[in-house]
Design a protein around this ligand. Structure first.
Ligand SMILES: Cc1ncc(COP(=O)(O)O)c(C=O)c1O
Length: 391
């Protein structure tokens, strides 16, 4: 299979798999990290090693890494956990976010709204760009806001946002003490991410987007920030995320994060070459295609491409029959055929949002794979257009 759907998930790195298998094969590491006996302490050491590895890879302190079940839970914990805590402290607690955010962030905002905590949205331009000045203007008009949540990179467009610039502008607002969260789930592993340098309060990351196992992620935060847990019943993760830790998955995440720290530059250079090959090839083999997103600040692995007259789902199915995996939008759309949510937001109702494919490249793709996809596309596009009577 040619995997051009890395924004949905990334294959488990063979080195991560080996490390996890080694751990799973060692009964002495099979303890509960909260147990005080030796087996428990050894499991605890595994978790703390992983915490240090994730912290180092994202420029955070180990005390500011709370393991979760993934990016969705990290987003929910960041947004629900801090807005609820702000409300309890009698501080402004509304959420400022954008309509381009991942459903995990949008969903947390909806849950807040059900609790009577309002949400306001910052504007974006036709390429999905969000400028610091627009964020500041929104915040000036909304003194009720206590938390700003904006992604570091958009999962469908591949846009990268100037989070450090946005945070600096937000911090410059007189008389306001705002918290800033960024969903860095798509950025981490594909783009340099530095929590401390960006001066963020909270940041979400996920293991399966960096060639680690699924079902684990982390909320990165200032070490002593008050975050209400989503549920109670234990004291793990300093009470922020209670429940026995998923030690093997956390271990795999730590190994994957260490590999990102060591290999990011090399991975980016490789993917950038393939991305350039894909874009140059598309210009040749798919005249009239549309390219969405910010052409200047982007992840370097993602191309959200419109094929006017061609339903994305038919293109996807035809590519799938040839052994090529792509998607029509976010991973949440991958299991069912639905128009790209981000394009619906950007373009409004109309065929555009359902006539797009997202290609997202990864470290293990090759030039030969890109060439193969480019060779397949003209025939598939022509066939789909013919079937739809739009040739
Ligand atoms: C930007 C973004 N945030 C959050 C998530 C959810 O992460 P997870 O799949 O680990 O729950 C995703 C996954 O697609 C994502 O792209």
């Amino acid at each position: 299979m040619i995997d051009l759907d890395h924004n949905a998930t990334t294959p488990l790195d063979a080195r991560v798999r080996a490390a996890m298998i080694e751990l799973l094969g060692d009964p002495s590491l099979d303890g509960n990290p909260s147990s005080v006996h030796g087996r428990g302490r050894r499991a605890r050491a595994v978790v703390e090693d992983a915490r240090r590895s994730v912290a180092a890879a994202v420029g955070a302190e180990p005390l500011g890494v709370t393991f979760t079940s993934g990016g969705t839970e990290a987003d929910a914990l960041a947004i629900l956990g801090t807005c609820r805590a702000l409300r309890q402290a009698g501080r402004p607690c509304a959420l400022a976010s954008s309509k381009l955010e991942h459903p995990a962030v949008r969903g947390a905002g909806e849950l807040l709204a059900r609790e009577g905590i309002p949400q306001v949205f910052v504007p974006f331009d036709e390429h999905g760009r969000i400028e610091a000045a627009a964020v500041v203007e929104t915040l000036r008009a909304h003194p009720e806001v206590g938390l700003v949540s904006l992604a570091t990179a958009n999962n469908e467009l591949g846009n990268v946002y100037d989070i450090a610039g946005i945070v600096a502008a937000v911090r410059g607002l007189p008389g306001r003490e705002l918290l800033v969260h960024s969903d860095a789930v798509q950025a981490f592993g594909k783009y340099p991410v530095d929590f401390a340098a960006a001066d963020l309060d909270l940041m979400s990351v996920s293991s399966h987007k960096i060639h680690g196992p699924k079902g684990v992620g982390a909320l990165i935060h200032r070490p002593h920030l008050r975050i209400d847990p989503l549920w109670i019943g234990g004291s793990q993760e300093r009470g922020r995320r209670v429940g026995t830790e998923a030690v093997p998955a956390i271990h795999g995440f730590g190994v994957a994060a260490g590999l990102v720290a060591a290999e990011l530059d090399q991975r980016r250079a490789h993917v950038a070459e393939l991305h350039a090959q894909l874009l140059a090839g598309l210009a040749e083999v798919a005249p009239g295609h549309l390219r969405y997103g910010d052409p200047d600040r982007h992840l370097g692995n993602t191309a959200l491409v419109g094929f006017p007259g061609c339903p994305g789902e038919l293109l996807l199915m035809n590519l799938d029959l040839e052994g090529v995996a792509v998607s029509t939008g976010s991973a949440c759309n991958s299991g069912k055929f639905a128009a790209s949510k981000v394009l619906l937001t950007l373009l409004g109702e109309g065929p555009g949002a359902s006539e797009a494919l997202r290609f997202s490249l990864g470290k293990d793709n090759s030039a030969a794979e890109i060439a193969r996809v480019l060779a397949l596309l003209p025939g598939i596009v022509a066939r789909v257009r013919e079937e739809r009577g739009c040739a």
